[in-house]
Design a protein around this ligand. Sequence first.
Ligand SMILES: C=C(C(=O)O)c1ccccc1
Length: 374
Amino acid sequence: MPTLFDPVQLGDLSLATRIVMSPLTRTRAPGELANDLMRQYYAQRANPATGAALIISEAIQVCPEGRGYIDTPGLYTPEQTAAWRPVTDAVHAQGGKIIAQLWHVGRISHNLLQPGGAAPVSSSDKTAEGVKTRTHEGAKLASQPRPLRADEIPGVIAAYRQAARNAIAAGFDGVQVHGANGYLLEQFLRDSINDRSDAYGGSIENRARLLLEVMRAVADEIGAGRTALRLSPITPANAAPQDSDAQALYTYVAAQLAPLKLAFLEVVEGSTGGPRDLSDQGVKPFDYAAMRAAFGGPWMVNNGYTRQMALDVVAAGGADAVAFGRPFISNPDLGRRLRENAPIAPINPGTVYLSDATGYTDYPTLDEAAALAK
Ligand SMILES: C=C(C(=O)O)c1ccccc1
């Protein structure tokens, strides 16, 4: 069996190792534009020999209504598209690969962030209780959303399609659709949020419809081999209550995706950035192997993987690649540290969402830290 450090083919993406950098929102994109500080940050982590064999970008909104925080980037205008080109060029100059995570936050937003101060959109009018968003007027509780009308849904699908086209024009090697963590597509998937009575609500087939229509549109636009998806079957992130039957729902989705032959499916195991086992919260254990069997394609795992866990899951054939999030924030050369079993520097939680280089591009590599220590 291969090791974590062996090459792997994920659709059209040929990776030098199975070490992937997870999407990480960092709120360093004022005006929704990628910039030179972001170019530095991604380039620092892009060399497959020392960093990530594949970078999945921070979440990037596909339309104005898809924004839920200040200073997150977009991919829905020519200016936003052009702003990403220096970033993808810098990643490629390191021999790396990068795909764009395409995002629509749905109800995880506030009127202050919405065009014309309108209500955010979702599958229903259910508010994400207690969720805070970041506006120019400070942290605000998410606003009550309005349900998307059925005649608005083709426009949402078109926005994902156009953003995927823009991502390729910007030099990305592909895209990952964000179908996880309580955002729009998961707001349609789960019957704890979606109470629609039209073709996009009710049965599992109807609640999965929007996600599957988006995936088919993106794959049709840029090729399935450059199209990936992230799902989070049991995460409670962003006040997303559990579905009444997560196993049936997500196994159905995986089976419906199988014929598309996507580049990969990345699955967040447990609670995003939190516990992997939620049984103490009354959540039934989820059978990820059954979901993988239904999907049948390249499988990427995420959430709290240590070096040993990552080595073990790949060696056992339990995953084709492992995505690391927070460790890549504070270790730009994480790939080297994993290979050499070198110390993993911890993050400073207080600087994750600042707006400058502090806690962003100033974490040292092993060599830089050694030089500083002399
Ligand atoms: C895109 C995010 C996700 O997937 O949870 C996100 C957004 C804001 C802060 C942290 C994470």
